[in-house]
Design a protein around this ligand. Structure first.
Ligand code: 0RA
Length: 630
C-alpha cells in the first residue's frame, strides 16, 4: 500500500468518527452545535487577523440555507504537501486536528470546542466548497460529507488573497439546520470588539438584513457599549501589558449601579466560568484600591475596611488575555486554567490601575467614594440584621398564599410553574398534575433588580413571593441553593412582547440573586404553542411558524381553523396541560448561564429612557428567548 492510500484510509476513518459522534467535536447537534460550525470557520479567519494578515471577514447566510465565510487573509496554502503528495488545502479539509496552520500558532484559539478544525465542519456538511485566492489565482475544491468530490483546480485569476468557505449543514446530523442571524451576530460583534480594526460583516440573504461590526477602540468601546444605558462615574480605564508570551488587556469603568459586570476572554473565547485571569484581576483591584486609599488617607472611619466585593459594586470590566498554550477547564471548558496567568494579570493590572489613580485624582476620588459607599451599606445591612434577629418571612417556613403547592415533597421530583397573570394561573392550577406540579401566579410589576438596591428588591411583591416559594432565602449571606424546594423552576409566560419582557425580568432576577439555581440547571422556560389548528375533530399545535407550515402541508388547508395564541389565558386548562405542562409532550428550554447573562445585558437597554431602542430590543429579545436552546 502506498503512503497515499494509507493516509487516505486514516483520514476517512477520522472524519467518519466525526459523523458518528458529532457531539464529541461540536458539543451537540442542536441549534448551538449548528452555529458552532460557523464559529469554527470564523475562528480560522480570526487567527489570520491576529497574525496580522486579515482585515475583513464576511459571513453570509445564503438563500438556500448554506453559510459562506470569506476573509482576506493569506488563503489556505494550495501547494503540494511533500509527504502526503496532496495539496495542503485538501489535507486541512480532510484531516482531523490538522487545525489549519502547520506552523506553531502564536495564540491558537483552542478553547473548549473551538479549534477542532475546519475538517470537522467539512465532515458535518452536506457539501462544502472552498475557494482560495493565492498566487494570483482562484482555486476551488468541493467536498460532500467530508469526502473529496473534485480535485483542487484553478478557476480564475485573482488579485489579492483570501479564503472563502461555503457549507451546507447536513440535515442527517443536525436536528435543525436554519441559522439565526441574531445568534451569529452576537458572537461576531464580540469578536469585533476583541480585535480592534477588524471589520466583520454579516448578511442574511433570506431577508436582506446586514450588519457591520468595526471597533477602532477595542475593549474600551466594549465597556462603553456595555454601560451605554448607565451612568458612568469616569471614562473607561485601559490597561495593557505583556509578560513572557502572555498578553493582557483590561478595560474597566464604574457606573452608578450596584452590580458587577465582568466579562473575561482568553484567546477570544468567552470564559464564562472565569479562571486565573479573573482571579488575578480581582486580587489586583482589591489590593490597589486599598493601597491608594490608605496612601492618601481617604478612609476616615476607623473600622471601615474595603473588601473585594466592595471594589466590584457598579464595576463593568472586560478582561482579554492571549495565552500561548491555553488550558481550558470546567464543565463547559470555559474556565482558564493556566496558573502563571494569575500573577501576570495581577501585576499588570495593579501597576496600570495605580498609575491611573495617581494621574487622575478626580476620577480616583469618585471611585474611592463609590467603594466606600458599598462598604458602608454592606456593614449597615449586616448590623440591621443582627439587631432585628427575628426571622423575616423570607426565611420562615410560611409559604405564600397564592402558591398552589404540589403534594410531593421531594425537590428532585417537584416542579414550580411561575405563571404571569391570574387567569393563566387559574388554568394552570386546574390543568396541572397536583402531585408534583406547583403553580405560583404572579401579579404586579416585577422589579428590574438591575437598577434597584437590595432593600427595594426585598420589598417587591412578586419577588417576595417567588423567594418564599423557592425556600432558598436571598442575599449574599442567606441564599442557600440546597434549600430549594423544586428542581424544575419553570417560567411560563405569554408568547407576546409583554410575556418576553416579564421573562427577561425574571431571568435577570435569577441571574443576579439565584445564579446557582441556573448553574445547577434548575431553571426552565416553558414553550407554549404559537398556534392551535383545528380540522374537524382533530387538533394540532404548532410551536413555530415553520411547524405551522408543515402541519398545513400535511393536513391540507381546506376547512382548517387556525388560532394564534397571544396569551396562555386563551387555552383552557386541558389544552394548557396537553401542550405546555405534560412532561410527556411539552417542550422545556433549560436556561443556561449564557442565556441569563444575555437577558441581563439586554436589560439596561430595555429599561432605558430611549423608546426606540427599547421597542427594538423587546422584539429582538422575544426572538432571543424563542431561540434559547436546551
Ligand atoms: C494554513 C496555513 C496558513 C493559513 C491557513 C491555513 C488559513 C486557514 C483558513 C481558514 C479560513 N481562513 C483561513 N485563512 C488561512 C498560513 C498561510 C501562509 O503561511 O501563507
Amino acid at each position: 500500500m502506498s503512503v497515499y492510500d494509507a493516509s487516505k484510509i486514516k483520514v476517512l476513518k477520522g472524519l467518519e468518527g466525526v459523523r458518528k459522534r458529532p457531539a464529541m467535536y461540536i458539543g451537540d447537534t442542536s441549534t448551538r452545535g449548528l452555529h458552532h460550525l460557523v464559529f469554527e470557520v470564523v475562528d480560522n479567519s480570526i487567527d489570520e487577523a491576529m497574525a496580522g494578515y486579515c482585515k475583513n471577514i464576511e459571513v453570509v447566510i445564503n438563500k438556500d440555507g448554506s453559510v459562506t465565510v470569506e476573509d482576506d487573509g493569506r488563503g489556505i496554502p494550495v501547494d503540494e504537501h511533500p509527504v502526503y503528495k496532496k495539496p495542503a488545502l485538501e489535507i486541512v479539509m480532510t484531516t482531523l486536528h490538522a487545525g489549519g496552520k502547520f506552523d506553531d500558532k502564536a495564540y491558537p484559539i483552542a478553547g473548549g470546542l473551538h479549534g477542532v478544525g475546519v475538517s470537522v465542519v467539512n465532515a458535518l456538511s452536506e457539501f462544502l466548497v472552498v475557494e482560495v485566492k493565492r498566487d494570483g489565482k482562484i482555486w476551488r475544491q468541493r467536498f460532500e460529507r467530508g469526502e473529496k468530490k473534485s480535485e483542487l483546480e484553478v478557476v480564475g485569476e485573482a488579485d489579492g488573497t483570501g479564503t472563502r468557505i461555503t457549507f451546507m449543514p447536513d440535515p442527517e446530523i443536525f436536528e435543525k439546520t436554519n441559522f439565526s442571524f441574531e445568534l451569529l451576530a452576537q458572537r461576531l460583534k464580540e469578536l469585533a470588539f476583541l480585535n480592534p480594526g477588524l471589520r466583520i460583516k454579516i448578511r442574511d440573504e433570506r431577508k436582506n438584513k446586514e450588519r457591520t461590526f468595526y471597533y477602532e477602540g477595542g475593549i474600551v468601546e466594549f465597556v462603553k457599549h456595555l454601560d451605554r444605558e448607565r451612568e458612568p462615574l469616569h471614562p473607561p480605564i485601559y490597561i495593557k501589558g505583556e509578560r513572557d508570551t502572555t498578553r493582557v488587556e483590561v478595560a474597566l469603568q464604574y457606573n452608578n449601579s450596584y452590580f458587577e459586570n465582568i466579562l473575561t476572554f482568553a484567546n477570544n473565547i468567552h470564559t464564562i466560568e472565569g479562571g486565573t485571569h479573573l482571579i488575578g484581576f480581582k486580587s489586583a483591584l482589591t489590593k490597589t484600591i486599598n493601597e491608594y486609599a490608605k496612601k492618601y488617607n481617604l478612609i476616615k472611619e476607623k473600622d471601615l475596611t474595603i473588601t473585594g466585593d466592595d471594589t466590584r459594586e457598579g464595576l463593568t470590566a472586560v478582561i482579554s488575555v492571549k495565552v500561548k498554550r491555553p488550558q481550558f477547564e470546567g464543565q463547559t471548558k470555559t474556565k482558564l486554567g493556566n496558573s502563571e496567568v494569575k500573577g501576570i494579570v495581577e501585576s499588570i493590572v495593579a501597576d496600570g490601575l495605580m498609575r491611573f489613580l495617581e494621574e487622575n485624582k478626580e476620577h480616583a476620588q469618585k471611585i474611592i467614594e463609590k467603594v466606600k459607599l458599598a462598604a458602608r451599606s454592606r456593614i449597615a445591612a449586616k448590623k440591621a440584621k443582627e439587631i432585628t434577629r427575628r426571622k423575616s418571612f423570607l426565611e420562615s417556613d410560611a409559604l405564600p398564599g397564592k402558591l398552589a403547592d404540589c403534594t410531593i415533597e421531594d425537590p428532585e421530583k417537584a416542579e414550580l410553574f411561575i405563571v404571569e397573570g391570574d387567569s393563566a394561573g387559574g388554568s394552570a392550577k386546574q390543568g396541572r398534575d397536583r402531585t408534583f406540579q406547583a403553580i405560583l401566579p404572579i401579579r404586579g410589576k416585577i422589579l428590574n433588580v438591575e437598577k434597584a438596591q437590595f432593600n427595594k428588591v426585598l420589598s417587591n411583591d412578586p419577588i417576595k413571593t417567588i423567594i418564599a416559594a423557592l425556600g432558598t432565602g436571598i442575599g449574599r449571606d442567606d441564599f442557600d441553593a440546597d434549600k430549594v424546594r423544586y428542581h424544575k423552576i419553570i417560567i411560563m409566560t405569554d408568547a407576546d412582547v409583554d410575556g418576553s419582557h416579564i421573562r427577561t425580568l425574571l431571568l435577570t432576577f435569577f441571574y443576579r440573586y439565584a445564579k446557582e439555581l441556573i448553574e445547577r440547571g434548575y431553571v426552565y422556560i416553558a414553550q407554549p404553542p404559537l398556534y392551535g389548528i383545528k380540522k374537524g375533530k382533530e387538533e394540532y399545535y404548532a410551536y413555530s411558524d415553520e411547524e405551522l407550515e408543515e402541519i398545513l402541508k400535511k393536513i391540507g388547508k381546506d376547512g382548517v381553523q387556525i388560532q394564534r395564541y397571544k396569551g396562555l389565558g386563551e387555552m383552557n386548562p386541558e389544552q394548557l396541560w396537553r401542550t405546555t405542562m405534560d412532561p410527556e409532550r411539552r417542550i422545556l428550554k433549560r436556561v443556561t448561564l449564557q442565556d441569563a447573562e444575555e437577558a441581563e445585558r439586554i436589560f439596561t437597554v430595555l429599561m432605558g429612557e430611549k423608546v426606540e431602542p427599547r421597542k427594538e430590543f423587546i422584539e429582538k429579545n422575544a426572538r432571543f428567548v424563542r431561540n434559547l436552546d436546551v
